[in-house]
Design a protein around this ligand. Sequence first.
Ligand SMILES: [Ca+2]
Ligand SMILES: [Ca+2]
Length: 576
Amino acid sequence: MKFAFWNLAFATLLVFPTFLVNRADAAESKPNVLFISVDDLNDWIGCLGGHPQAKTPNIDRLAASGVLFNNAHCPAPACNSSRTAIMTGISPHKSGVYDNRQKMRDLLPESELMTKHFSQNGYWSAGSGKILHYFIDAQSWDKYYPPKETEDPFPRTLYPKKRPVSLPRGGPWQYRETDWAALDVTDEEFGGDWLVSKWIGERLSEKHSKPFFLACGIYRPHEPWFVPKKYFELFPLEDIQLPPGYQEDDLDDLPPAGKERGPNRYFPHIREHNQWKKGIQGYLASIAFADAMVGRVMKSLESGPNRDNTIVVLWSDHGWHLGEKQHWQKFTGWRVCTRVPMIVRVPPNSPGLSEGTKAGSVCSQPVSLLSLYSTLTELTGLPSKPGIDGPSIVPLLRNPDADWPHVAITYLGEPESYGVSGKRWRYIHYANGDEELYDCHEDPFEWTNLAGKSQHADRIAQLKGFAPTKFAKLIPTGGASLPKLVWHPSSATPPASKPVGDPLSVVFSNRRQDGVKVFWFVREGKPRARGTLQSGWAKPLSTRAGAVWMIADGNEKPLGYFVVGDKKANAIVPEK
Ligand SMILES: [Ca+2]
Ligand SMILES: [Ca+2]
């Protein structure tokens, strides 16, 4: 019966004048949004050319089907501040969310995330994987996988039993996840992003009664660079090339603040243990894995019922150093760290861009990921959100060569430190007044600092003129200032919980080399599993005063327990 109806509808479509049909379509259906983020992915993708050996056929194919922005920059070179800015549309210099230690909801308790704005306007908002910085923010979503109530955005992920695998511990300064290894498992056995792409793919294969906003948070190539071995095999160690942006004496022409931000302890430690090429191999393998997961998602979209009415956006939250300027990781203002992949594809008949994007377009104007909120509301014809930052880039989607009076500003972890990216020039300003200037047409790796040369004084003044003059203060929140619960090491069963009072939050963090399992002990003294905490991770859990939480190793052998006090606190599982 249904089939007959559709046949009839199709026949009608052939008979009626097409302008009537188009108008009816536009009125009835808003485009869906597929919003793909890839964590810590720098410009090492085929279509941006950041490393000659990168293998990203799926991302390149997506870029070729829409608009590739090759001069896109992050609002901040750190997960938390970048993602907070993207999802709230509020610039770091206004929100005061500058670094990874701050808690978004402590500083922006009322802010309506992009997903919530879509939900409020007739969309179904769902997500999976890492979109915010290690939490879900349940109130902002209709559905999440894993379930939003857990506030844990990660599905089961396989980790090697014994760690570190490749890079020995350098000391307490070292992030526990800085390590790499080929795992002898299939993608399915690995889990993690494979499960995220599976869940997202299932949603894309369904017909929905409402338009959807679907956020897919791929976690690799975030450390640790553990992925199935078939991705390592794409990059034989003996062929690995060093980063093209690396120059041994690159720091010589930097001002003191630049020299301070460049070198960190990772890079000499990695070289000392002969791990530089292995690390590059791990990053390339992790990128290839992430690309394969993007491919799975895109295949589901393209073989399903939402193929022709879904806007696709792909972005990464910031870039990454693998030795450039003697730096390993992120948090700097150089192009290697601020430049990000950003791809937007819009189908025809979208309210804000009726003609859709033109396949194979490339835009070189400087844009910021901060513009995604205003851009997506305009494209879908939603009411614009008052008080958000970042100009809509719809004019550039319409014409990638259009005039564009804006720059992209990246905020560097504290007030008054920022990078300004223009079409050709980049300017970096540090809070102490130090400056750098680069000509990215002539010097894409920013080897030659031109600040201080008198012929560039006007250019510096002009770029500096784009920066704000007022900055929100840097206020530490959440974890750092909280009291610590006492750790009771014990291999015995802990005492029963005696919970009283209102719910309060305890941030569990794991400083051991291996993942631990977290159990809540109910009144009767029985354990209730509350998930796994990987090495180096922190996770807030809702609990009450008097509750007892047991920590066990991967085999569920008890290691010790915490008793919750009457205040918010940190529960830190010690290294040993
Ligand atoms: Ca990140
Ligand atoms: Ca230099």
